[in-house]
Design a binder for this molecule. Structure first.
Ligand code: NAD
Length: 270
């Protein structure tokens, strides 16, 4: 750990009136949700053009229904089982000391489960189903609802159940609309970001004094623009990631570095 970067981060956070925490898949890795880029060959096994665009998915489900079921299972089961980790919890403690906005690329709902009160989900949430034509929320899932869907998918992928039975069972769990308008409220490749949420995220970045960027490769745009925008405005960007980063980089896992940073900044007794 670079001690100069650590001191710079602590001092800037102590002075800050507003902080943005910008998170990616890495913050949830210690909750058991694999990052797609680190997970062995996830995108090789499920090429994004076939599985991570709506058109790709609708085509692939007709030609390779079993592999779509495996893809969905790989995505939803870890989220269904996950609990917030010490990184998510440290952000909640920081909110008690300084105005904190969480902007997350994650779709796992773990910041809210931990207790963060201002969370902007720029890529949506796997725990919500929305009506794409009306632009409104149709259903909010609990993690146990996702687990029931995962159980149905397991029965099918292990060939204990036919596709027809799977569809009948899923109808009990998911608010289907046969026009295909009820979709998980997640942003896939090629989709626009939810406009109001994105506008609030840009505003929070403009107004913050420090931006903590945690567990993101910065490869997915436009979300990855946010730390760049902050830097361009002269705001200190502190990056927490095990992989090397330029600038004020704090090396390590979010579940270790964030609690220590919040402790050294706000909780240390003189
Ligand atoms: P990414 O997979 O591109 O990058 C993950 C980053 O996290 C890497 O830089 C890696 O070094 C770092 N990392 C790994 N373990 C870490 C740890 N314990 N602590 C801190 N950092 C750690 O993820 P991305 O930049 O978020 O982009 C991928 C897209 O896929 C995003 O939209 C993302 O939200 C989505 N996704 C979401 C989830 C989720 O909701 N939990 C999981 C996988 C992918």
């Amino acid at each position: 750990m670079d001690i100069d970067n650590w001191i710079a981060a602590v001092l800037a956070l102590r002075k800050a009136k507003r902080v943005v925490v910008f998170t990616g898949a890495g913050i949830s890795a210690e909750s058991g949700i694999p990052t797609f880029r680190d997970a062995d060959g996830f995108w090789q096994r499920f090429p994004p053009e076939l599985y991570a665009t709506w058109n790709g998915l609708l085509t692939t489900v007709v030609t390779q229904p079993l592999s779509v079921a495996e893809f969905v299972l790989n995505v939803i089961e870890p989220v269904a089982k996950a609990e917030p980790n010490s990184g998510h919890q440290a952000i909640v403690r920081m909110e008690q000391r300084v105005k904190t906005t969480v902007i997350t690329q994650n779709i796992d709902g773990l910041h809210q489960s931990a207790g963060s009160s201002e969370v902007l989900e720029v890529h949506g949430s796997l725990l919500e189903v929305s009506d794409t034509s009306a632009g409104k929320l149709v259903r909010r899932f609990e993690r146990k609802d996702l687990m029931r869907i995962a159980d149905c998918l397991h029965q099918y992928t292990s060939k204990k159940q036919s596709a027809e039975t799977l569809i009948l069972e899923l109808q009990q769990q998911y608010p289907f609309d046969w026009m295909g308008r009820h979709r998980p409220n997640v942003v896939l490749f090629g989709d626009g970001l939810p406009e109001a949420v994105w506008a609030k995220a840009c505003e929070a970045v403009e107004e913050c004094d420090v931006l903590l960027s945690v567990g993101t490769s910065g490869a997915v745009y436009p979300a990855a623009m946010l730390p760049d925008n902050a830097k361009a405005a002269g705001t200190l960007v502190v990056t927490i990631d095990p992989q090397p980063r330029s600038g004020c980089w704090l090396e390590g896992d979010a579940g270790t570095v964030l609690p220590k940073l919040i402790h050294d900044t706000f909780e240390i007794q003189n």
